[in-house]
Design a protein around this ligand. Structure first.
Ligand code: HEC
Ligand code: HEC
Length: 210
């Protein structure tokens, strides 16, 4: 089991490269992004708003990393990440729109890693910590692609994301492998609940949230 684990981590880390470029997303204009986010508030700006069929919470976006938001919107736009509504939403966005929206949602600084942990770290997340941090706030090393903030994300959204990676519906070279390590639905639930339960600035992107 341990060698399989090491193999997977190795596989996952070779798919990553360290990126030392600073300010790669400086191109986004947050004031423009706020205006362009107007149509998005209808779902992402409402506390505990839910996706229908299947039923799960719409993800929190306020303070999510800009680099990850850019990657997510490009993947919806290009159809690599399947979700009919988000594809329709992203289809009309230009690269500049996406950069602006990401700059607005993240705010001036990306969420910083911290050592604070709520509860006991379950063995199911041992391999996740290298990239997501022990508390889902990430790690100091600048990874590319940038792993999203998991801390305080909706638990049912995290669960469905992990299931989608595991069954291949959501394709990602890193997470496809990592999700296989959560071998049962129980493991998925434990990992999702642990990260969702961590303290974090991640929040619903309400019109008045900063
Ligand atoms: C009708 C509701 C709805 C609207 C409107 C909407 N979204 Fe979404 N959004 C969702 C749902 C549901 C998901 C989760 C989809 C999935 O499971 O991949 C999502 C996912 C996302 C994600 C990925 C978050 C993550 O953690 O991976 C981003 C980024 C995003 N939306 C941005 C936007 C932007 C920008 C707009 C406006 C242009 C927008 N959304 C409009 C419902 C909506
Ligand atoms: C090698 C680095 C790495 C490791 C290890 C890793 N992840 Fe990830 N994770 C990422 C990256 C990069 C993404 C963004 C992928 C994408 O764009 O779909 C991600 C995305 C996610 C998402 C989707 C979040 C969202 O907002 O949609 C969840 C949930 C997640 N990881 C949970 C885990 C869990 C649980 C583990 C351990 C079993 C783990 N990750 C291990 C790098 C990693």
């Amino acid at each position: 089991m341990l060698s399989r684990l090491n193999g997977l981590v190795l596989l996952a880390s070779t798919a990553l490269s360290l990126s030392w470029s600073i300010g790669a997303h400086a191109a986004g204009n947050p004031a423009d992004g706020e205006k362009k986010f107007y149509t998005c508030y209808g779902c992402h700006g409402i506390e505990n708003y839910r996706n229908a069929y299947p039923d799960y919470s719409v993800p929190k976006l306020r303070h999510q990393h800009a680099a990850y938001i850019v990657a997510a919107l490009q993947a919806y736009r290009g159809g690599e990440r399947p979700h009919a509504t988000m594809h329709a939403q992203a289809a009309s966005l230009s690269d500049q729109d996406i950069e602006d929206i990401a700059a607005y949602l993240q705010g001036p600084e990306p969420v910083k890693p911290s050592a604070a942990v709520t509860g006991k770290t379950p063995k199911q997340v041992a391999a996740c910590i290298a990239c997501h941090g022990e508390n889902g706030l990430g790690v100091e090393a600048p990874l590319n692609p940038k792993p999203p903030v998991l801390a305080a994300q909706h638990v049912d959204y995290l669960e469905q994301a992990l299931v989608a990676y595991r069954n291949g519906r959501r394709k990602n070279v890193v997470m496809g492998g990592m999700a296989q390590m959560l071998t049962s639905d129980e493991d998925v639930k434990i990992a999702a609940a642990y990260f969702a339960g961590q303290a974090s600035p991640l929040a619903t992107a309400k019109t008045d949230s900063k």
